[in-house]
Ligand binder design. Structure first.
Ligand code: ARG
Length: 579
């Protein structure tokens, strides 16, 4: 209830100075109530007891009597065991609700524009995208949409793993198979078996291994034919990745690809600039940097390898190049890396070296937006039945098939292409929402029944609430756009509860984006949908007692529908009008 706190601040300022307190004594005390049943905002007075030499309850009572008259019409004030509690009044809720309704942005303001790179998805060529890449894709995409909505200029950066020594063996395997056959295997997404076959020949067949090593040298030397073959691998894999992206409905396009190979040209510059900064040391023929602060298992300082003894560069070197590129070419203020928690140390070291080398400074911020693993119901990392990496394409197809049968059961009337389109929104929405609604740093359990359920904090529940509101509008038959000018009034407790949750939208959205935590927006949308369900049970909309009441309730329906639509849209989830 940020709004209520802002609107009540003046009364507290007055009361506090009357009681002889300065802003610094109490400034941070007025905050959101922790228990919704107690109120919307609260101020604990316990920390003021020593300054004022009175008991917290006495202080709370006095504050209460001073602010109450000032907050008439804004909040009802009470004091309980040392807390001053504020409860928004129906008239305040009505006026805030009505003003959100008339605002196409639902009260969300734009921030000062920053240029932000969001590094996400980043699968590896000729390897299956795993569920970690799914998380990165889904979370990263939601963050991009949210940042753009807040007015920022966003560069989507898909840092695909498309370079490095494995490409020697992958190209040789491609030649062994024949280009057409290899392309075929890759484009249908048999990436893992392709990779494994290459790998197993590499370890068991010395002649193949030797060819592969020579091939790496050719690749790094820019040999034309080798680059052409490499391109085949990249293109066929990208074709598969794009297929997954289009099923997911994410924003990523080929223009967003900035793979490891794209930084090859500036890698020597990275080394030069690190040397100029006196950061490079030679260790057994390799160029390394000791960022300081990290040790290996033996307690020795941990190096970051920049260039290996054979002249090849490392993953870290590409990431340093990325920072130079994002600062100097793209002019970014901020870079977000939506990558799993296991790469935590990698990013900490890269950021530290980049600062030491002056590739970025205090004007820039680099943030590892990390996330946990996807587990199966036994608590193990999610695998296919055969114990292999799950093919994302199959997983998403299964989601749609399952959603289709769930909808068939719920609404047999919905048929043909209409049902197909709803099934795709629900199935894909369910997978994305299950991921987004879990606090990202935690692991989450992939469970079909739960994510596709029409009850609980799930996409189908929210999508259904939206579809239900749309069906009320269809019955009503009026023009929805006229509802933006309506006045919301909160006479029943269920109306107040719904309005109280709805008006939180702008502050929840800001918190979601400032902490890169989509689950906060998910919890909010779920709280709105469940308050809507209670409201709808208790308060007839079209059969209300008066025209004014119908109009106010339609307005509450409209605001709920728009919040669900906008909120889910910012999470990259589609919202059907019927289901
Ligand atoms: N391709 C990497 C992986 O699959 C992720 C890359 C993340 N981005 C980056 N700038 N390092 O683990």
């Amino acid at each position: 209830m940020r709004q209520l706190i802002e609107d009540s601040q003046f009364a507290f300022s007055g009361a506090m100075s009357e009681m002889g307190l300065s802003d610094s004594d109490w400034g941070n005390l007025l905050g959101r109530a922790t228990v919704e049943d107690h109120g919307d905002a609260a101020m604990p007075c316990h920390s003021l007891a020593s300054t004022l030499k009175r008991s917290p309850s006495e202080i709370a009572e006095e504050v209460c009597s001073l602010v109450s008259p000032q907050l008439d019409g804004i909040a009802d004030v009470s004091s309980i065991s040392g807390f001053v509690n504020l409860r928004a009044t129906a008239s305040w809720l009505s006026s805030k609700g009505s003003s959100l309704l008339s605002d196409p942005r639902l009260g969300v303001n734009e921030e000062d524009r920053m240029t932000i790179a969001v590094d996400y998805s980043a699968p590896n060529v000729a390897k299956e995208m795993h569920v970690g890449h799914l998380r990165s894709t889904v979370i990263g995409d939601a963050i991009v949409r949210l940042l753009e909505f807040k007015g920022h200029r966003v560069h989507r950066e898909n840092h695909v793993g498309d370079w490095g020594t494995p490409f020697g063996m992958l190209i040789e395997h491609l030649l062994d198979l024949g280009e057409d056959e290899a392309a075929n295997e890759l484009s249908v997404g048999d990436l893992d078996s392709f990779y494994k076959q290459a790998r197993s020949k590499f370890v068991s067949n010395e002649e193949f291994a030797e060819r592969s090593r020579r091939r790496v040298v050719l690749l790094q030397g820019g040999d034309e034919e080798t680059l052409r073959l490499w391109r085949v691998l990249v293109d066929e894999s990208m074709r598969y990745f794009n297929d997954v992206y289009s099923m997911l409905g994410v924003l990523l396009t080929d223009d967003d690809i900035m793979g490891e190979s794209d930084y090859q040209e500036i890698l020597p510059t990275v080394v030069d600039r690190l040397s100029e900064g006196g950061l490079i040391q030679n260790s057994e023929g390799a160029d390394v940097v000791f960022p300081g602060g990290w040790v290996n298992r033996e307690g020795e300082p941990l190096p970051m390898i920049i260039r290996k003894a054979d002249g090849g560069y490392n993953y870290s070197t590409s990431d340093l190049a990325c920072i130079i590129d994002r600062v100097e070419r793209l002019g970014c203020d901020k870079f977000l890396y939506v990558v799993g928690t296991p790469q935590k140390q990698h990013f900490e070291m890269v950021f530290q070296v980049a600062k030491q080398a002056g590739f970025m400074d205090e004007r820039h911020s680099a943030i590892h937006v990390n996330f946990g693993s996807v587990l199966d119901t036994d608590g193990k990392v999610l695998k296919s039945r055969e114990g292999e990496v799950i093919k994302l394409h199959d997983l998403l197809s299964e989601a749609v098939v399952r959603a289709n049968s769930a909808i068939e059961e719920k609404n047999p009337e919905l048929k043909g292409s209409q049902r197909e389109s709803v099934a795709s929104m629900v199935g894909i929405g369910a997978v994305k929402y299950a991921d987004l609604s879990t606090e990202r740093t935690k692991d989450y359990v992939f469970e079909w029944e739960r994510m596709l359920s029409f009850e609980g904090n799930t996409a189908p529940y929210l999508q259904y609430a939206h579809a239900r509101i749309c069906s009320i509008f269809r019955k009503w038959g009026g023009d929805r756009s006229t509802l933006s000018d309506s006045t919301i009034s909160c006479n029943e407790p269920e109306e107040s509860m719904l309005a109280r949750r709805l008006v939180n939208f702008p502050s929840v959205l800001d918190e979601t984006i400032s902490t890169y935590s989509p689950h906060k927006l998910c919890s909010h949308l779920h709280s709105v949908a469940s308050a809507f369900a209670t409201f709808y049970e208790a308060c007839p909309v079209l059969g209300a007692d008066s025209e004014d009441e119908t109009s106010s309730r339609l307005a509450l329906c409209e605001l709920t529908a728009r919040e669900l639509d906008l909120g889910l849209g910012l999470l990259g989830i589609e919202v059907p009008d019927m289901m």
